[in-house]
Design a protein around this ligand. Structure first.
Ligand code: ADP
Ligand code: MG
Length: 613
């Protein structure tokens, strides 16, 4: 808090900042705020998404405007309606101890009369998308002839979206004597052009390296045949039961198609693209924020600037045409100090693009493999076991228990567990047992021969225990006293992990873990059925960083909302099934709605989704 004070911010803002729970300023805030408070100057600020740019311009603007006046003094232009609303809400929150403050959002798809009425009441600050803004200025509904501060937020994206003309038109109605603050994640030449045109010797601030993505994000790519793209996507989702992701496609059509297919296959998915009405888009975003949607399939434009924390994975179903766009995509995850994974599904012809992106983001990709069916089965079973363990008992079932107990009276706990898991998994296992390897040979593959001499293990420690793939690898190597490359294919999931050693070390590994405790907890290890997917090696594993904490989070939400359904929602799913969407050739999971039995992969994908109604 004192750190914010040191930037020169006044008490009413400091109080709001404390309420928001911000403790220390982010780098861009630290750099921009003092300058903007002290001087009337133009500024160009380059910082990737999620670095706190809104407050970097928001705090100074709020401090500098006069709330006693009803004149519009500040204008913030941003590319999308979603962003516009986000910024508006954020500004209102920052200004909550500034009585008389009016911040109005101006964007397309909502009533122009309502917006005009609000502005007439006297908005000191207008947050707008360029299209609607231009429209309202044209109709004489907004007067920006007296603004003192103008922010161009996400300038690169506004230009990408073709708002150059609109911005020029809007700014022509604003006074020459004003400060223009431009914020952007990247600096393509269009942005420099606009900076030159509209600004006078702007102060330049760069946070991090230009175009370099967040350090919190690890980048992975999966090489598959183009025709396996969709199945690969499903496997990635199945292998990460807690996934909360944005899936990027290149076109609106693909976006719609992939989303529809996922929904049909029982995933909690939805499409977000420009052909949807505002209303539909709002609904989608609302469900996404509420975690009712785990896979938001989106176009770049529609997803731009979406500020949803805790996104675990960004999946590039297709790479973007413009390489720079990759930074925006991956910036959707790894926000607010959390880690995230950006996955790219590529076909052979696109692999060289990966190298171009590596150069741009100055980070290496990890070449990974689409998980095998067996690995997914293990993940899903363990996930179910954990869900059972974490489930709070619902006492509404108490009345039925005597009868249920009578039916099951003869079984031991062991038998019951076997039965429960058989109910869940028999078809699933059967399906995936014969599933094919979706990976195509990359440079780093080793032969089938080698694969046979490798053993894959399953171990019940993971992200929850503060391991990532690197630290787990180190931990295992130290423990087993093995060499640098003797432990490989380390894949850390939420509460468990996989790794490989050569089969020659199998006895050693099993011996050491025979009766092994970590912090007093019994550690179990098993030899995984998945012997290491007939082929393919990847760099040394990569962090499946399913956030440990999120499970609790989400389930809580779910319980409250009655909507989540990772547990206790069988009923709902049965209803759904008998609701008619399922054909008689029911796929893997009982009680999961799975249509489209003509598509082989639909049979028995994943354990988690489909039970949410
Ligand atoms: P950007 O515009 O750079 O993408 P935002 O301004 O949307 O980033 O901020 C990203 C998230 O970080 C928001 O949820 C915001 O409330 C939060 N945030 C911003 N500044 C701070 C801070 N100093 N401390 C903690 N959280 C912050
Ligand atoms: Mg922003």
């Amino acid at each position: 808090m004192t750190a914010f004070k040191a930037l020169g911010l006044e008490e009413n803002l400091l109080k709001a900042i404390a309420d928001m729970g911000f403790e220390t300023p982010s780098e861009v805030q630290e750099k921009a705020i003092p300058i903007l408070l002290e001087r009337e100057t133009d500024m160009v600020s380059l910082a990737q998404t999620g670095t706190g740019k809104t407050a970097a311009f928001g705090f100074p603007m709020l401090q500098k405007i006069d709330v006693k006046s009803r004149t519009t003094q500040g204008l913030i232009l941003s590319p999308t309606r979603e962003l516009c609303l986000q910024i508006t809400n954020e500004m209102i929150a920052y200004g909550k101890y500034m009585p008389g403050l009016n911040v109005t959002a101006v964007y397309g798809g909502a009533s122009i009369t309502d917006q005009a009425r609000q502005i007439k009441k006297g908005s000191q600050i207008i947050v707008a998308t360029p299209g609607r803004m231009k429209d309202m200025i044209g109709r004489g509904l907004i007067d920006i002839s007296k603004i003192e501060y103008c922010v161009l937020d996400e300038a690169d994206e506004m230009l990408n979206m073709g708002f150059y003309e609109d911005i020029t038109e809007i700014l022509s109605h604003s006074p020459k004597e004003k400060s223009t603050w431009l914020f952007s994640a990247t600096m393509p030449k269009e942005v420099s052009t606009i900076a030159k045109k509209f600004m006078h010797t702007p102060v330049e601030i760069t946070v991090g390296t230009k175009n370099v993505g967040s350090d919190q994000v690890s980048h992975e790519y999966y090489l598959v045949n183009a025709r396996d793209r969709y199945n690969a996507l499903k496997r990635l989702a199945d292998a990460n039961p807690e996934i909360f992701s944005v899936v990027f496609c290149r076109t609106k059509r693909d976006t719609q198609k992939v989303a529809e297919q996922l929904i049909e296959d029982g995933y909690n998915a939805a499409a977000l693209h420009g052909d949807l009405s505002q209303n539909q888009r709002d609904l989608v975003m609302k469900s996404f924020r509420a975690r009712q949607i785990q896979m938001l399939v989106a176009t770049d434009v529609a997803a731009r600037g979406i500020d949803v924390d805790d996104i675990t994975h960004v999946i590039n179903y297709q790479l973007p045409d413009e390489i720079e766009t990759y930074t925006h995509r991956s910036g959707r995850t790894g926000r607010a100090g959390k880690t995230g994974i950006s996955m790219v599904i590529v076909s052979k012809s696109e692999v060289r693009k990966i190298h171009t992106i590596e150069k741009m983001i100055q980070k290496k990709f990890i070449s990974k493999e689409i998980p095998s069916g067996m690995e997914i089965c293990e993940v899903q079973m363990f996930h179910l076991a954990n869900n059972i363990k974490d489930t709070k008992i619902n006492h509404e079932i108490d009345a039925y228990l005597p009868n249920i107990n009578e039916v099951l009276a003869d079984f031991s706990k062991e038998e019951l567990i076997k039965k429960v898991f058989s109910v869940e998994f028999t078809r699933f296992l059967n399906y995936y047992k014969n599933s094919k390897d979706l990976n195509i040979g990359g440079e780093r593959n080793f032969s089938d021969e080698e694969a046979k001499d490798s053993t894959r293990y399953f171990i019940n420690i993971g992200n929850k225990d503060d391991f990532d793939w690197m630290s787990l690898k180190d931990f295992l190597r130290d423990l087993l006293q093995l060499g640098k490359d003797d432990v490989y294919k380390v894949d850390v999931k939420d509460s468990f992990s996989f790794f490989n050693t050569d089969t020659t070390h199998q006895e050693l590994v099993m011996g050491i873990f025979k009766d092994f405790k970590l912090d007093g907890r019994q550690i179990n290890i098993e030899i995984s059925k998945d012997t290491g997917r007939s082929k393919g090696r990847s760099g040394g594993g990569g962090g499946g960083r399913d956030r440990g904490k999120r499970r609790g989070d989400r389930n809580d939400r779910g319980d409250r909302g009655g909507n989540r359904g990772d547990r206790g929602e069988r009923k709902g799913s049965f209803k759904k099934r008998s609701g008619g969407s399922n054909s008689s050739d029911k796929p893997a999971f009982k009680g999961k709605s799975r249509r489209g039995s003509e598509r082989p992969e639909t049979k028995g994908t994943g354990g988690r989704r489909r039970r949410k109604d």
